[in-house]
Design a protein around this ligand. Structure first.
Ligand code: MN
Length: 717
């Protein structure tokens, strides 16, 4: 049944629910129907039919995708709160928490109005996504509800029709797509087109009708021929002609194609029992009909992200007409049509498989919500557009698995999509055989290989280089979780090292007396906390030592010391940077981007002067594909490197002094400052010397918090 059925009665629904065997569940559905019927008594739809026919049709649509009994009952009850004014408490009492939660979820979503000014649109996007995360069945009911409302939309005003259609295309069909619910998605798209662009819609319908007899003849003939071919080879099968969705034709015309050029108007679908028969059928078809190059797709070996599996090919048929052919098993067909909604019955540790599948699919919705907490509306909207509504790129792993990512994604996104550990241990990326920088934008069909190293860890800079929130969140999570014990170890090592440097005996220093002085000063009470405070850079080892050695200097003295602390910059040691597979080569740090330990780096093999080390995001190497070589910082370096940062401020008063003061807490020193006075801002170009990126980031953050500072950035020349 593909149309609204105003005559539908409850028995039709029950007949369709033959997959539900539990008497108890059927009783609840029956009760839900009686309750809704009572609540909606006297109410009419705009079409004039009794209101109860609407929830009944929604439940019927859901019965066709074999929804579970809770979902069917909730569908029957979905309008009882807002339309029928039923009491929430009664529903909860009579039908239990599970059904009530679903009814409440749909009610909440239905209260949202998506049209209107930008701001409320954004706010409502948020709410729908929040609602979504609780239980995917809410959105499935919502899709069925919308489908029935659109099937009966002809009585609404033109304005309302357009509004509903636009909302459906903007919000609901992308979600249906992500959930793999292609059948409902297709019908929603066609209906939306019909009401939002009736001229375009009916012109396509007309043209299809004009050629219908002719097309049907072609398709029938083709079906017969293919069927003969498969029968002769003993492959049991069914073949159906496939109507191309009007919306998909519209999209192609909209992209500038001519009607006569849309070559897959003739389409058929072959169903077989087993996977190997799919391939056999494909082989037989290719042996009889010449395939169109590059139109063959194996979504069985490489399923789409939403679980879709099939073989696709296009062949030259009679009179040079193209035939698009899809071959799949019956099982694959259920997933192809209903996606997430094909997993109703399976439960896994109390959580349905469907819910798990949805959680995976909707990972990005959730990350959008997380993002939402600390960004402004504009950024949020653009993220939604980018991640949900934009098209995707499809890239491959070296094994040929397809990975779907939003356009703009980089190897970092890819690595984290493959596996968190692949992301966390990534040291480089090779695309189509070439080393690329980690901010390389992936293109369709790129084959991406991620190089990993066992003890490598992510870099904070990656957050700016990746695109998906999934990757950003995983990188952030890594840094949040870096083991406390790691810091403690780091802190202890750092204190011991500093004591050695100062030629102070460790035993002399760590006396109970000294420790209590230190604890007192730092407001802690054990050595673990002491090391932790040093390890996470709250205090430097030097500051701790100074508590005891009474090197308490005035602030000015400290500032002075820092400024004149002109450590002689050492030439980069080749031991600091590891070049894979090459020993004993001259290493130069590129002056344009001045990487420091912890920066993601790449080597450029210069002509006759060793390897120049750039930051991976340095634009000076972004166009270079040759002569690049993967390099890494040696994790054991503790030498200082210098780099440039730019501070922009709207006042010069005390800024420099404040910046210098910020160096007193961390192991960082300023080597030179160059001040530029623009018309209304001051720019300080500062050359700093430090041991690693974490310290630099902390320093830059500290500067950002100084009054009148507008911006702080690394410099790339
Ligand atoms: Mn409804």
């Amino acid at each position: 049944m593909n149309k609204d059925n105003p005559k539908i009665i409850f028995d039709d629904l029950i007949n369709n629910l033959n997959y539900i065997t539990s008497k108890k569940e059927l009783k609840i559905i029956n009760d839900a129907y009686l309750f809704a019927e009572e609540v909606h008594k006297g109410d009419k739809r705009l079409t004039g039919v009794d209101y109860i026919k609407h929830p009944l049709n929604v439940a019927y649509i859901l019965s066709e995708i074999k929804a579970d009994s809770d979902t069917i009952a909730a569908a029957l009850l979905h309008d009882t709160i807002d339309v029928g004014k039923a009491d929430k408490v009664t529903i909860k009492k009579q039908f239990g928490d599970n059904i009530y939660t679903l009814v409440e979820g749909v009610t909440k979503i239905n209260r949202l109005k998506f049209n209107g000014d930008n701001e409320s649109t954004i706010a409502n996007y948020r709410k729908i996504f929040v609602g979504l995360t609780k239980d995917v069945r809410v959105i499935i009911i919502k899709l069925a509800d919308r489908l029935h409302n659109m099937r009966t939309m002809s009585v609404l005003s033109k304005h309302k029709q357009k509004e509903t259609s636009n909302e459906t295309l903007a919000i609901l069909t992308p979600i249906a797509h992500r959930l793999g619910m292609n059948k409902i998605k297709g019908e929603l798209e066609d209906l939306s087109l019909r009401y939002s662009k009736p001229d375009a819609y009916f012109s396509i319908v007309e043209r299809l009708n004009k050629t219908k007899t002719e097309r049907n003849q072609y398709v029938e003939e083709m079906i017969e021929n293919v069927s003969d071919l498969l029968n002769k080879n003993g492959i049991k099968h069914e073949i159906k002609g496939r109507a191309k969705s009007i919306y998909s034709i519209y999209k192609k015309l909209d992209k500038g194609k001519k009607f006569s050029d849309i070559y897959d108007l003739f389409a058929l679908r072959v169903f077989v029992d087993k996977v190997d028969e799919c391939y056999q059928a494909m082989g037989l078809i290719h042996s009889a009909y010449k395939p169109v190059p590059k139109r063959y797709k194996d979504y069985i070996a490489m399923p789409k992200n939403n679980g879709y599996q099939s073989l696709h090919t296009t062949v030259f048929g009679k009179d040079g007409n193209f035939f698009e052919i899809q071959i799949r098993t019956y099982d694959m067909d259920i997933v192809a049509e209903h996606g997430v909604a094909s997993h109703w019955s399976y439960k896994e540790q109390g959580k349905s498989l469907m819910q798990s599948a949805m959680e995976e699919k909707l990972q990005f919705f959730r990350s959008i919500m997380e993002l939402n907490k600390n960004t402004n509306d504009e950024e949020f909207l653009s993220r939604i557009k980018e991640e949900v509504l934009s098209t995707m790129v499809y890239v491959y792993t070296p094994n040929g698995d397809v990975i779907e990512l939003p356009i703009g994604s980089t190897p970092i996104d890819f690595a984290y999509r493959v596996h968190t550990e692949v992301g966390n241990k990534m040291v480089g990326a090779i695309v189509n055989g070439n080393i690329v920088t980690l901010d390389y934008k992936l293109n369709d069909n790129d084959i991406v290989k991620i190089k990993t190293k066992k003890d490598s860890t992510p870099n904070r800079d990656w957050i700016n280089m990746c695109f998906t929130n999934q990757a950003k969140n995983k990188i952030k999570a890594f840094f949040n979780k870096v083991d406390k014990t790691e810091y403690i170890k780091l802190g202890e090592e750092s204190l011991i090292k500093e004591l050695r440097r100062k030629k102070i005996s460790i035993n002399d220093f760590l006396t109970n007396d000294n420790l209590s002085k230190i604890y007192n000063e730092l407001k802690i009470d054990n050595t673990n906390d002491l090391y932790l405070n040093i390890g996470n850079n709250k205090y430097t080892a030097n500051q701790v030592i100074n508590i005891i050695t009474n090197e308490i200097k005035s602030k000015e003295e400290k500032i002075l010391e820092k400024v004149i602390d002109q450590e002689i910059k050492e030439v980069v040691s080749k031991n600091d940077i590891i070049v894979e597979g090459i020993d004993n080569i001259k290493i130069n740090i590129a002056g344009c981007c001045k990487p420091i330990p912890g920066d993601e780096i790449i080597g450029y093999i210069s002509r006759g002067n060793g390897i120049n080390i750039h930051r991976c995001n340095c634009p000076n190497i972004s166009d270079i594909n040759e002569r690049l070589i993967s390099v890494n910082w040696n994790n054991t370096i503790n030498k200082k490197y210098d780099t440039n940062i730019i501070v922009e401020a709207n006042d010069s008063k005390d800024i420099l002094l404040n910046i210098i003061a910020k160096t007193s807490n961390i192991d960082i020193s300023i080597q030179s400052v160059n001040t530029i006075h623009n018309t209304d801002t001051y720019i300080f170009e500062i050359n700093v010397l430090t041991t690693n990126i974490d310290l630099l980031n902390k320093f830059m953050n500290d500067i950002k918090n100084i009054k009148n500072v507008l911006n702080v950035e690394r410099v790339i020349k």
